[in-house]
Design a protein around this ligand. Sequence first.
Ligand SMILES: [Zn+2]
Length: 184
Amino acid sequence: MPKALPPSDLKLLIEPNDAAPSPLQEVGIAYWTLLGVDPETNEPKWEQRVSALPYKTWSSGAHYAAAAAVTATLPGYSCATCDAELTLTSRQALADTLAGKAVACRACHKRVDEQAAKILEPRSLERRTQRAAEALKQEATVQEARELEQSRREVIADRYPVATNDQEDLLSNASLLAKLGAWR
Ligand SMILES: [Zn+2]
């Protein structure tokens, strides 16, 4: 059983991988940004949901993208297999560790490093970096169009504060007396 740290002292050591381009490093850092540990359930609480992370241009698995981007170590804990300092393969590995389960380090999980190596293979990395940049650009274009549409609406609303010409609308807004007048 690895020695347990009180949850409030729990800190992950995140080391960015120099071979990873910075947009990929950012995904890895975001993947491992821990808010804290729930004192009741002992479960880790993450700043962002996995689905909110832009990892898909890098890998089909967020933890693979994160593994290519950074190395996350949980100081004070050791690998259940090789006894080295515990490097984490995924968020689940941290949850399992906190639940008292035996967890193996990255070096003992060949698949994670294999997937990370695939992402970092130079030609694939170039392609993925390009795709990630395009995805970001597209996102910015969509955002820009949204803002333009919003400001266009505001201009119209300013210019025509009462846009309704609907007779019924006007009637229902008028006082009862005025309405009676209108029917006369
Ligand atoms: Zn190990």
